[in-house]
Design a protein around this ligand. Structure first.
Ligand code: SAH
Ligand code: SF4
Length: 388
């Protein structure tokens, strides 16, 4: 007599959440369609292009509206995949029109994105690349929030999709866009998440989708020198460098990463950035801190430091946050500083603080997602997957 044991129950792995197609790269989308049994490899390219246009050009979140796809395939897509947007936990609008979104992309993972009208060609979205940051720059609010984790490309792209939903900017307009520029200046250090950032830029710039030019995307780094070349080669994005000081002693304090990659190494890395030219200048960001880095002598040092580099300098009035000891320089001091740079031939706009009333300005972002122990995040994600 033989006994057959039914082991299916005890060995079955927990049902995993459906894959969200809205944040996959083109290749990822093709692979997912084949793996999900929607089509065979031979048809995958054509199917992926159809679906891609619905997702990234039209902004659809419902397979049923994909009118050039047959009913049976649409049903199979809805059974296997999702296109759902992440939850918007909070949306705030500042007196000046700036909009801040707090987005929950996964259990315990909350990120902020800020839309700023009348910046760049029409309006810029400031996106986050990590939850929190490891780098602890002393003047930055995000730096006081421990790193939770890198965001996936999907989580970065979702910030753009959420903002375009809110601006009602689907399908992708070819001109007169309200969201015309993307700046990686939200929470986190983009060059510690280059894979996620580069994939997100590929998705956002795809001509059959959102189709934002790579030259309208700026990646800001505190100076992760070994990744600069890869950033330029992989993304062709515009480069912004958070400089903030003209000598190592002060930069070591303001941007502690300077102890690892000092000014000499940083400047050499910038000079070698792929594609740097007068038409594609690097932006130096310089936060104006009262009595710390704002003297005329430092402005002259700055001119010497960046001599010969196709560059402009953004002077950022310091945005205060609860608990900081720094103060913003006086307006007159900032103007004197700017005049020295201008005289030396460097455009040096003073960045008007935007959205200060809703803590949406540079360096003020800090979500409540504190560093749950990694195991706790994993557990929460697993529990959510099981519940799905
Ligand atoms: N981690 C990256 C990108 C995010 S920070 C970087 O450091 O470049 C975006 C910009 O805001 C940086 O130039 C940063 O130095 C600046 N910033 C941070 N805190 C600020 C504050 N409190 N006031 C004004 N600018 C700030
Ligand atoms: Fe991190 Fe940039 Fe803030 Fe420094 S300024 S702590 S690198 S987010």
């Amino acid at each position: 007599m033989s006994i057959t044991l039914d082991l299916t129950r005890s060995t079955a792995s927990p049902k995993s959440a459906p894959v969200n197609l809205a944040g996959l790269t083109r290749t990822g989308l093709r692979d997912a369609l084949v793996a999900g049994g929607i089509c065979d490899a031979g048809k995958a390219r054509m199917r992926a292009t159809q679906i891609w246009r619905w997702i990234h050009h039209h902004g659809l979140t419902d397979f049923d509206q994909m009118s050039n796809i047959d009913k049976a395939t649409r049903a199979a897509l809805s059974d296997t995949f999702t296109l759902a947007r992440p939850e918007i936990v909070e949306r705030q609008v500042s007196k000046d029109g700036t909009r801040k979104y707090l987005i929950r992309t996964a259990p315990g993972i909350e990120v902020e994105a800020v839309y700023i009208p009348d910046v760049g060609r029409a309006g810029a979205l400031c996106v986050s690349s990590q939850v929190g940051c490891t780098l602890n720059c002393t003047f930055c609010h995000t730096g006081t929030q421990k790193l939770v984790r890198n965001l996936t490309a999907a989580e970065i792209v979702a910030q753009v999709q959420v903002c375009r939903d809110d601006l009602e900017e689907w399908p992708s307009p070819s001109e007169d866009r309200r969201l015309s520029n993307i700046v990686f200046m939200g929470m986190g250090e983009p060059l510690y998440n280059l894979d996620g950032v580069a994939d997100a830029i590929d998705i956002i710039s795809d001509p059959e989708g959102i189709a934002l030019s790579r030259r309208r995307m700026t990646v800001s780094t505190s100076g992760v020198v070994p990744q600069l070349d890869a950033l330029g080669t992989r993304t062709q994005a515009m480069l912004a460098i958070s400089l903030h000081a003209t000598n190592d002693a002060l930069r070591d304090v303001l941007v502690p990463l300077n102890k690892k990659y000092n000014l000499e190494a940083l400047m050499a890395g910038i000079r070698a950035y792929p594609g740097l030219s007068n038409a594609r200048r690097v932006t130096f960001e310089y936060v104006m801190l009262k009595g710390v880095n704002d003297s005329p002598a430092e402005a002259r040092e700055l001119v010497k430091l960046i001599d010969g580099i196709p560059a402009k300098v953004n002077l950022i009035p310091f945005n205060p946050w609860p608990g900081t000891d720094y103060e913003c320089s006086d307006w007159k001091t900032i103007e004197v500083f700017a005049a020295i740079l201008n005289k030396a031939g460097f455009a040096s706009p003073i960045r008007t603080p935007r959205g200060r009333d809703i803590l949406a300005a540079c360096g003020q972002l800090k979500s409540e997602s504190e560093k749950l122990r990694a195991s706790a995040v994993r557990k929460a994600e697993q529990a959510a997957a099981e519940a799905a």
